[in-house]
Design a protein around this ligand. Structure first.
Ligand code: HEM
Length: 138
């Protein structure tokens, strides 16, 4: 049982590392001063990996919970809430992005502002949550 929990946690940590890297990549794309056509092509690639990794992080978290027979710390429930927030903001980001297809500069500016805010917040939440989880478990 202990082996299964440690494998599940390793997969969970692997997903955290990968999503962190994808978010940093996303911030670099969003902060660059490329034309919106180029930016949007790169953003679509970032967004695809970001969504896949959100699902992986959620899934591996649930696996850790299930393998531990739901005997987990309160931090696991905080992680669940943070994850739901990340999913909700991703859905909103996608609906704002769809409006940029009108090629209207103001909708592009609104999208860039929201996406930058969302990715920055995701990054902060991942760092703070991981730090607090380790601090609590020490
Ligand atoms: C929001 C993104 C998340 C981050 C940044 C995160 C981060 C972490 C970290 C750093 C650990 C400690 C690993 C270790 O002990 O070495 C951990 C453990 C764990 N995570 Fe997450 N996690 C996230 C999402 C989730 C989700 C969505 C779930 C469940 C649905 C979850 C469930 C767990 C469980 C059960 C553990 C085992 C430790 C415990 O019992 O508290 N996590 N997570």
């Amino acid at each position: 049982m202990q082996d299964m929990i440690s494998i599940a946690i390793k997969l969970h940590l692997g997903s955290i590392f990968l999503i962190f890297a994808v978010i940093v990549w996303g911030l670099m794309v969003l902060k660059s001063d490329k034309s919106f056509d180029v930016l949007s092509r790169q953003y679509e690639a970032v967004s695809l990996y970001h969504r896949a990794l959100l699902a992986t992080l959620f899934f591996t978290g649930l696996v850790v919970m299930a393998v531990a027979k739901f005997d987990v710390s309160v931090m696991a429930y905080v992680m669940l809430v943070v994850m739901l927030h990340m999913i909700a903001t991703s859905i909103k980001e996608n609906s704002i992005y769809k409006k940029t297809h009108l090629k209207n500069p103001s909708s592009q500016a609104v999208f860039k502002k929201y996406a930058l805010k969302k990715y920055t917040l995701d990054l902060i939440m991942i760092v703070v949550l991981s730090a607090v989880t380790y601090a609590v478990s020490l």
